[in-house]
Design a protein around this ligand. Sequence first.
Ligand code: CA
Length: 233
Amino acid sequence: MRFIVEESLYLSNRTLSLDDRTHEYLLSVSVDESVLLRELREQTAAENQFSVMQISPEQGQFMALLVKLTGARRALEIGTFTGYSSICIANALPDDGELVCCDNSDEWTAMARQYWERAGLQDKIKFYLQPAEVTLQQLLDDSLAGSFDFIFVDADKQNYPLYYEQSLKLLRKGGLLAVDNTLWSGSVADPENMEPGTRAIRRFNEMVKNDNRVTKSLVPIGDGLTLVVKGFE
Ligand code: CA
């Protein structure tokens, strides 16, 4: 009996890896996905061969919670794809809030723009169809440094270090940066895996680990979500 108690205590310290049944249960008691978001998720899965890039409903809901928790009014998303995360973020902002979206795929974001209209979010979202580094520089040139409350990065992994530095400039002190795919399906932990994407994420994770300007946590939700709070200095 004693052994069982100790074992369960040990297990409770670790993040549970979810089997299908437990995952279904988690969704059933905690996820409240709108009809529109569900439709967007299903349409993306049916029509886009890269639909795996779409965030999960539980991650979308978690990010909406983070947006509310930070009391964000101005948010930025780097990498919009077909729009799921942008709708979660924009909906969580107050009525006078604003979300700036960056993506360079006209094709993928066509679906996003359609759903923004349907969700009545077209006036809340400002979309830039060009490489994100151009938009980020433009925002800095427009004196918007230190003005964003919440930033979500989910774009080309090679540029993560660049997006990270630019985002830290754009964030206000105490603002929250969320960076997606930082566990990269677990491949980052496989020393044999030297794929460019894997190496880029490893480099990024080391960079965040050694950055004393921020408070951070890598949350094992979805494909790994690194949360970084910009320090007050
Ligand atoms: Ca992602």
